[in-house]
Design a binder for this molecule. Structure first.
Ligand code: CO
Length: 287
């Protein structure tokens, strides 16, 4: 267990890094307030902030709560609602400092070369991990980075990106440790998620021989993430918009990526777009 003292907000906090470890591993000093869902530090922070309770009482309260109550998780520090607008003001100032007319130019139009279709997972940011600037990537995200032919949302995005923005590349990006993929591997009724996750279960069914041959459950999970990306790429290629535009212009090219959440690394699955296009044309040719 690690106990943390955070002098900036005056809150004694404890991070329960390893629930199975009973040994005290260290004490650290930090300067950020952040409470996880199970944190006991959040109420003390507000008491401290409004000077209702002196800091030593927080300490007393902490003692009272006892070590058993120290259930702060070790998830990333959550940004406060107010801080978002402070950050926004800083971002505006920073952009204007490098280019005074940044926003005037941004407001004129968008002309991105990339359509990114990724998972809604909060850890897998599109532009940030790609190092892309505003205006460079058209983004669509949903649970499990799915491309479903009767989903008006994703189909509208693809059609607009291909026909009007004339993007050069379409990327389907999945990620390891995907909750959507994990849920689809679970034998459980998940209510409204059932029809959505069914698309991932279908990917499993199509590739069940390969997946059942993998005995390591983590590796099987990772492989399903990759195969799901591949099948969603094929779903993009099945669309009339992509097929037509490619015949006329040689674009867009469809790519499949996986983000390795533990390292941040983007892995290109090297999907051979033209080969895949030819492979599906027997059945899915729409032009
Ligand atoms: Co996900």
């Amino acid at each position: 267990m690690i106990i943390g003292l955070r002098p900036l907000d005056g809150v004694l906090s404890a991070n329960y890094w390893n629930t199975r470890s009973e040994s005290l591993k260290g004490i650290f000093f930090g300067n950020h307030f952040a409470g996880g869902e199970n944190s006991i530090q959040r109420p003390f922070y507000f008491l401290r902030k409004f000077k209702i309770v002196p800091f030593w009482k927080c300490l007393n309260a902490l003692s009272f709560a006892g070590m058993r109550a120290l259930t702060t998780d070790n998830s990333p520090k959550m940004i406060s609602y107010e801080k978002i607008f402070e950050n926004n003001a800083e971002w505006i100032a920073k952009k204007k400092a490098t280019d005074a007319e940044f926003f005037e130019k941004l407001a004129i139009d968008q002309n991105p070369d990339y359509l990114y279709i990724g998972c809604s997972d909060s850890r897998v940011t599109a532009e940030e991990m790609m190092g892309a600037k505003p205006g460079e990537v058209f983004v669509h995200r949903n649970i499990g980075n799915l491309v479903v032919s009767i989903d008006v949302n994703v189909m509208s995005v693809i059609n607009y990106a291909v026909n009007y923005l004339q993007v050069k590349h379409i990327i389907v990006c999945g990620h390891y440790n995907c909750g959507g993929v994990k849920a689809a591997m679970t034998q459980e009724d998940m209510g409204i998620l059932n029809p959505w996750l069914r698309n991932i279960r279908d990917v499993f069914r199509i590739h069940k021989e390969e997946l059942h041959a993998i005995t390591d459950s983590k590796k099987q999970f990772d492989r399903l993430v990759e195969l799901n990306v591949r099948e969603q790429c094929i779903n993009v290629i099945k669309t009339a918009a992509v097929q037509k535009q490619f015949i006329h212009t040689g674009y867009p090219i469809v790519h499949g990526w996986v983000m390795d959440i533990k390292s941040g690394r983007l892995i290109d699955l090297q999907i051979d777009f033209e080969k895949e296009l030819k492979g599906i044309q027997e059945i899915y040719r729409l032009i």
